[in-house]
Design a protein around this ligand. Sequence first.
Ligand code: A3P
Length: 283
Amino acid sequence: EDLIQAKYLPLMFEPKEFFSSIKNLQYKKGDIFVCAYPKSGNHWFSNIINHMLSTKDLDEIEFINVPLLETPIMKTLQERPSPRLFVSHLPDSRLPRLHFENGGKIILILRNPKDVVVSYWYHLSKDRHLGCSLSWSGFLEHFMKGNVLFGSYFDYLKKWQRLIQDQKYSSILYVYYEDLKERPLEELQKVQKFLGTDGTTHRLNQIITKCSFNNLKSNVDSGRLRTTLVDENKQPFVYRKGEIGDWMNHFTVLQNKQFDELLDRELKDSIFKFRYRPSTHRI
Ligand code: A3P
């Protein structure tokens, strides 16, 4: 029943102990969870939220590299002052029970599966710890079967959908990566309303500029923003390309056809609407 199996998760913890410590995490008023499948824009979005939550001058706010809830650093996360921001790739059933019981806020970020799989392949190929030597086509096959770290993206989506659809939980907002890219102000205004933060349009625009792909990337390149996710040749893969539709440079026509068929099946009843089928395709 539980589709996320321990073997698809980082082996940093003995799974049983690891999951129960997350599940029993204490709640603090104002806790916010940013949830997303890997490569959906977690780093970008958590930086945006961190800026939105602060009342400091924007220049004084440092960029962050929020560790995932499901890493050994979890214990130190607990001690941070409120409002605490957590980032996680886990489905709702694995997240802290008390967060749900207290109506804690959750923002779900969604990115179209084709760009996710491309981005994930680069990530896993470059990550020293998670190192994966699969070719693009090999990785794509695994991804389509859900045989990758954190399991199937489609199962992940279905789980969140169930929570939203059953109306078991209302403190949840979902935002698409593509919308954040194309109309950031509008999306951040939605987020602002949801979080109850204030900030003028001017400030939101400044946050958007400060957290732009180029700015974040140049901060990583200059060493000001530290991320562990850099390979030996200093190639960051958290801030790799930051575009919509890079999948078109990777999928062959046949791969695209097969992936579309899979998407048609998996997303048939989905409340999440992705854009992934432009008429032109470069390979
Ligand atoms: P690409 O590999 O397609 O470039 P995560 O933070 O969840 O690991 O997601 C990483 C993806 O988000 C990468 O995608 C990365 O380039 C993209 N990204 C990071 N910062 C971004 C920004 N400011 N704007 C748009 N995309 C961004």
